[in-house]
Design a protein around this ligand. Structure first.
Ligand SMILES: Cc1cc2nc3c(=O)[nH]c(=O)nc-3n(C[C@H](O)[C@H](O)[C@H](O)COP(=O)(O)O)c2cc1C
Length: 203
């Protein structure tokens, strides 16, 4: 079983990376193989809306996202970690999820994976990012695990917040147990209802 942790902060070794790492420690303790992928220093360009991926299943933009696609496909559970930037997820997180349009053909390739969310804010505006990521989990027919809403500002300060560190650890363990349950979304709906939009506009 593989659990992938995505840290969508541009700040290297920051609070998001620490919490996602702690969740992965919990998952590893529970028996999973784990991998942390930090977007810090990586180039993930925004989706350019060409829609060719809906025909080919591949994104034509050649950057660090190409490595992420493979990791997402291979994972049984995915943790989406983001700091809060102006009451929202980071632009790095948004670019990454937009680029996963390429994983909606053939079928929804993220379906049946367990999704967890970790968001870190200095003080305010955490819930919208969590809701947005949960909605993303839902439309990909993934299984939602719990979320961690954590608070810290200075780099590394989250380590002192025992409650949030514990919550992250428990999220990792929980995800392993959820994956073990073997959820399967009914295959009758494997294209997802948004596919009808693509049909309508002949994309
Ligand atoms: C551009 C920018 C915008 C931010 N906006 C918010 C915000 O709206 N609310 C908040 O509570 N903290 C905000 N913060 C603080 C970060 O969420 C906080 O420092 C967090 O711990 C950063 O996580 P990281 O160490 O993983 O990068 C902002 C930080 C930056 C750099």
């Amino acid at each position: 079983m593989k659990i992938l942790g995505l840290s969508c902060s541009p700040r290297k070794s920051g609070n998001t990376e620490i919490l996602v790492g702690e969740a992965l420690n919990g998952a590893q303790k529970e028996g999973a193989e784990v991998e942390l992928f930090s977007l810090s220093g990586k180039e993930i360009k925004p989706c350019d809306g060409c829609y060719t991926c809906l025909k080919t299943g591949k994104c034509h933009i050649n950057d660090d996202m190409q490595a992420v696609y493979q990791k997402l496909i291979e994972a049984d559970g995915i943790i989406f970690g983001t700091p809060i930037y102006f009451y929202s997820m980071t632009s790095q997180a948004k670019a990454l999820i937009d680029r996963t349009l390429a994983l909606r053909l053939p079928g929804i390739r993220l379906a049946n994976k367990v999704g967890g969310v970790i968001a870190v804010a200095g003080a305010l505006g955490i819930i919208d990012a969590i809701k947005d990521l949960y909605f993303y989990i839902a439309i990909n027919h993934m299984v939602p695990a719990d979320y961690v809403a954590a608070y810290a500002s200075k780099k590394g300060a989250i380590r002192k917040n025992e409650r949030d560190m514990k919550a992250a650890w428990e999220l990792g363990r929980e995800m392993v147990q959820l994956v073990s349950k073997g959820f399967e979304f009914p295959s009758e709906f494997e294209r997802g209802l948004t596919a009808y939009v693509a049909d309508k506009y002949k994309l």
